[in-house]
Design a protein around this ligand. Structure first.
Ligand code: SF4
Ligand code: SF4
Length: 753
């Protein structure tokens, strides 16, 4: 707890709107016992040495910086004591507008603005007072990386990890290394000039791995168990020689993909005619010299398959239950249902890989047959990532390869040949194409969708959770955190993360290895690896008051909490991402972080001066804003002078998942008229940095609403709203709309009690 604080006001950044000297004077008056120093400095950024000297001479144990947002120049203000920022620029002076939208007096600070600034400073002081310097939970950080999967990506990862000086253990389920790359002797371009096919040189890659003394390879092996936490995992590998136990610091998951079930491509002829194969099958046949066809259609348009599944699924859904057909006999195809619509999405996801793959296959077959083959590439969307565009351009001019955009409306068997019906082509006419063979796309389904790949010995189960949310991919947030899975310390790379071309798989392997290295180093220093990189805090449990209700263990999105033999939560600090969802869940409020806890935020809420006269002095609204997207969006809105109601007070939270219901009760008993929970989108297009925090908060909000109802308080006084970081322009309308709704409801019935 900070007991001797220095408070510094940044004149240059807030002086244009506020009477800063008066603000400093009120701080001295109110917090004289706690504040050893209260200063107005001309420019905070130039007062760093002065502050450092004050810390020394005055024995300060906390520093409160009142000026710009904590997101601005945070690195400048690293001191030996705790530091808190009061955001008086972006979310106070710049975001201020008069309630009636009249022009703001430039000579004298409006009273409402002064009240707002005072509230924020008082909240800042109490926040610092209730905060402690977190001690670290450093663990040994074993310098060894486990790579699961010995295909193209896994081999690259193993070699790259070894090159950084780490030991590597590589686990491959097949008898030999190489995976799907064994069937690809010649690849699309893997490097400059990016125009020509390239030998993949798999043998050299394998040799690099097997010849490296710091890499131990286990083929014919699978993961039996992974337990522990980042920095000190224990992996048990089932090998033909029996179980092998090894300590590792982090894991790279490179288990690749399996092909989408043939039944989804049956409307395109796959599994129906022997003249139809999917791209990966064709590659294998090509490598084995088994392709005899000389007129080949490569069909990238999968509308036929998608439409057939969609239609069948709709019919199944619409069929009345009593008219349901008898269950299919063994071997008989099951009717498509809603879930199949999810599976078929993998064809779309794999479009880039198939686009490049079909260019490569068409080129290779033409070469192998001395240009005696006619390859027709029929695409709806030719998706060629990045610089591979150069390869595409070259293929456009290649003899023997004909490409056109086309709607492929039918693929039918015509005795000794196939007919592909094409409409809306670039050639300006519709036509039927006679070919000897049809190649349809391969749907790359991540292995995680089908198999348990890691076998976690975690309380929350052996698999990655909620994979349906990610279409089976092991990633935890595509937008912000590539490679990170929902199990800290395990990083996905290659096609288990998303369908990727071979050059991209190599890049991915390097990225995942760097994350693994970062993770081991962070564990060794006792700090969070991501997304709050460098955070030394972690949740501490007061087990004396724990009722073993298990809400925390169930709601932790990252499986950081196990149970001990008595059913009490057993924390694994290095697995924890410091989101606070557990303490938001705990009904006994026994979980806290040294620098973020229930009492601290509750005290901040109680520090706001809520006027009794609603009509004259307006409502007061508490905004609990997620620090990941919502808080920066508020900052950006302020910076652009997109002002909002001056009746609001914003408190940042680590994630909406960390919002404990007691804060809402605190706000209501204090007399706040409404509470707005501002966080990330949830559901299918979720953007929550902690995966489910905003969704969990919404569920809790429903319970809060019930409680408010029972107390005779309108549940509409608490609402959760969504904002993405780039939606700052929506902020004023979101806030003002909520304030208008609360104003219409009138004062909180508890006001003044
Ligand atoms: S802070 Fe988040 S990641 Fe850590 S234990 Fe709690 S819920 Fe799990
Ligand atoms: S939520 Fe709180 S009371 Fe329940 S098990 Fe977790 S720590 Fe114990």
């Amino acid at each position: 707890m900070a007991g001797k604080i220095g408070v510094y006001f940044d004149l240059q950044n807030i002086g244009g709107g506020l009477d800063v000297e008066a603000l400093a004077a009120q701080t001295r008056d109110k917090w004289g016992d706690l504040t050893a120093v209260v200063k107005v400095v001309p420019l905070l950024a130039e007062a760093v040495d002065e502050i450092r000297a004050d810390i020394e001479t005055q024995s300060l144990d906390g520093v409160l910086l009142c000026g710009a947002s904590p997101r601005v120049d945070g690195d400048l203000y690293r001191f030996s004591v705790q530091v808190e920022h009061v955001n008086l620029r972006e979310q106070c002076v710049l975001a201020y507008r008069n309630p009636d939208n009249s022009p703001v007096d430039s000579e004298e600070a409006p009273e409402l603005l002064t009240l707002m600034a005072r509230d924020y400073v008082n909240m800042g002081v109490v926040k610092l007072q209730k905060s402690e310097v977190p001690d670290s939970a450093a663990i040994k950080g074993v310098p060894r990386i486990l790579v699961i999967g010995g295909g193209w990506t896994g081999l690259t990862a193993a070699a790259e990890a070894a090159a950084t000086g780490y030991e590597v253990v590589l686990v491959e389920k097949a008898e030999k290394l190489g995976g799907a790359a064994c069937n690809i002797p010649t690849g699309s371009p893997l490097g400059p000039l990016w125009t020509d096919k390239q030998p993949v040189n798999l043998a050299a890659k394998i040799e690099k791995v097997t010849g490296d003394k710091s890499i131990t390879v286990h083929c014919n092996a699978r993961m039996e168990k992974l337990e522990g936490q980042p920095g000190e995992f224990t992996a048990v590998i089932a090998t033909s020689g029996g179980p092998v136990t090894v300590q590792v610091g982090a894991v790279v998951l490179a288990t690749g993909w399996t092909p989408l079930d043939e039944k989804y491509l049956a409307p395109m002829g796959l599994g129906v005619s022997p003249m139809v194969v999917h791209a990966a099958q064709f590659g294998k046949m090509l490598a084995a010299g088994q392709v005899t066809a000389r007129r080949i259609a490569f069909v990238l348009d999968t509308t036929l398959a998608e439409e057939a599944v969609r239609k069948a699924a709709e019919e199944t859904a619409e069929a009345p239950a009593e008219a349901a057909k008898p269950a299919p006999e063994e071997g008989e195809a099951k009717p498509f249902v809603k879930e199949d619509l999810e599976s078929i999405k993998h064809l779309q996801y794999s479009n880039a890989v198939n686009s490049v793959g079909m260019l490569r296959l068409a080129n290779t077959i033409c070469e192998k047959t001395d240009d005696a083959t006619q390859a027709f590439i029929l695409y709806k969307d030719m998706t060629v990532p990045g610089i591979l565009e150069r390869f595409y351009k070259k293929m456009q001019n290649r003899l023997g390869v004909m490409m056109t955009k086309a709607d492929v409306t039918e693929i039918r068997d015509h005795g000794d040949r196939m007919v592909v019906a094409c409409k809306n082509t670039l050639l300006g006419m519709d036509f039927d194409l006679d070919v000897d063979m049809v190649v349809v796309p391969t749907g790359l389904v991540p292995t995680t969708a089908k198999d348990v790949t890691v076998n976690f010995a975690y309380r929350q189960g052996p698999d990655f959770p909620d994979l349906d949310l990610f279409d089976g991919f092991a990633d935890s947030n595509y937008i912000c955190f590539p490679y990170e899975t929902r199990r800290t310390g395990v990083y996905a790379a290659g096609c288990v993360r998303q369908p990727l071309t071979m050059d991209a798989c190599e890049e991915d392997a390097r990225g995942a290895v760097l994350k693994a290295v970062q993770c081991i180093e962070a564990a060794g220093h006792g700090v969070a690896v991501h997304p709050r990189s460098g955070d030394r805090s972690y949740p501490v449990f007061n087990f004396v008051r724990c009722t073993q209700c298990k809400r925390c263990t169930e709601e932790c999105p990252f499986g950081a909490l196990d149970d001990d033999e008595k059913g009490t939560p057993k924390p694994n600090p290095a697995r924890c991402r410091r989101c606070g969802t557990c303490f938001g869940a705990c009904p006994e409020r026994v979980i806290s972080f040294a620098n973020y806890n229930i009492d601290q935020i509750g005290s901040m809420i109680r520090e706001v001066q809520v006027p009794k006269d609603f009509k004259k002095e307006g409502p007061r609204i508490l905004i609990l804003a997620c620090e990941n997207d919502a808080y920066p969006a508020l900052d950006m809105a302020g910076m652009r002078r997109k002002a909002w109601s001056p009746y609001c007070r914003v408190i940042p939270v680590r994630c909406l998942g960390s919002v404990n219901a007691i804060w809402v009760s605190d706000a209501m008993s204090k007399g706040f008229d409404g509470v707005m929970l501002l966080g990330c989108k949830y559901g299918d297009d979720y953007q929550c940095h902690f995966v489910k925090g905003s969704e969990i908060c919404n569920r809790r909000k429903e319970n809060i609403a019930e409680t408010l109802n029972r107390l005779g308080v309108q549940p509409e006084r608490v609402d959760q709203l969504e904002v993405a970081i780039d939606e700052y322009d929506k902020v004023p309308d979101l806030i003002d709309g909520f304030v208008a709704r609360i104003t219409a409801l009138g004062p909180n019935p508890f006001k003044g009690m």
